[in-house]
Ligand binder design. Structure first.
Ligand code: ATP
Ligand code: MG
Length: 249
């Protein structure tokens, strides 16, 4: 019984790992083929930061790392590509956490500055860790695909070496900058600067507030399922039967 749980846990962990690798390889392929567009939308900054924080807390949950945030941002609404900015932040945060041994610290500091005309906000976030650091020679290759620094400290840390390559290309597409300062054995500071357009609260439509109630009572109905993948069919049938529907395939 206990062993079965352990095996299932292992399968889930390996499954998630493979999914992560696959997603990174696909994301890089999309970027290299110019298939990624940056979709700016008006973002509620507080809500966005909260979403990132929840995901980061998931990463530090099982590791003894002192994680903190210093947020000096004041803009409540900004235009940016939520999905891709979150991807950048999560990659940098997960590296900082991964390459910092237990007992160390990770801090994210965010500041804003303005251009002369005052209509662009530069958001500058630094991911500061007290981890294993990188050598000067490696830093020059850190944004290349599949590059990972091999050291005794990183020997048992897995990864594909695509995270920073994706981050760098996304930041280029957003006309931003990224820089690395690092000292081996002491820690790393990675700073991202993105030029964003300011938004107004009055432009903002909270999509969550306008969601129609789309729940229907489907119990007792008969469903004809067309699905050529056996495993998917089995999963769908299980769900439908769980919802008291009769199903035929
Ligand atoms: P993944 O594709 O899963 O992100 P990865 O973390 O190895 O794998 P990158 O995120 O691209 O790949 O990072 C490349 C390499 O840069 C890492 O393998 C590591 O050697 C080094 N590195 C990145 N971030 C840090 C950091 N905060 N501290 C020390 N080394 C780092
Ligand atoms: Mg990484």
């Amino acid at each position: 019984e206990g062993r079965l749980d352990e095996y299932l846990d292992n399968i889930i962990v390996s499954g998630n790992y493979l999914l992560g690798v696959l997603n990174d390889v696909l994301e890089m392929a999309r970027i290299e083929n110019n298939k990624i567009t940056i979709d700016e939308e008006l973002v509620d900054v507080e809500e966005f930061k909260h979403g990132c924080l929840v995901s980061i807390e998931e990463l530090v949950k099982n590791k003894d790392i002192d994680f903190s945030i210093e947020d000096n941002g004041t803009n409540k609404y900004l235009y940016f590509d939520k999905v891709h900015v979150q991807e950048i932040f999560m990659n940098l945060a997960s590296n900082a956490i991964k390459y910092t041994p237990e007992g160390g610290s990770v801090k994210v500091v965010t500041n804003e500055s303005y251009d002369d005309k005052n209509d662009i906000v530069y958001i500058e976030s630094s991911f500061i860790d007290t981890g294993i650091g990188m050598s000067e020679e490696f830093i020059e290759h850190a944004f290349d695909s599949f590059e990972r620094e091999r050291t005794t400290a990183s020997a048992n840390l897995t990864g594909t070496g695509l995270g920073l390559a994706i981050v760098k290309r996304l930041i280029d597409l957003m006309n931003g900058t990224i820089s690395i300062e690092s000292t081996k054995g002491e820690g790393t500071i990675i700073t991202v600067k993105l030029p964003l357009r300011k938004g107004e609260a009055s432009d903002y439509v909270d999509k969550d507030e306008y969601v129609e109630d789309t729940s229907y009572d489907l119990r007792g109905i008969s469903v004809l399922l067309a699905e050529d993948n056996d495993i998917n069919a089995e999963i769908v049938m299980e769900f439908f039967e769980y919802g008291d529907m009769s199903i035929e395939r």
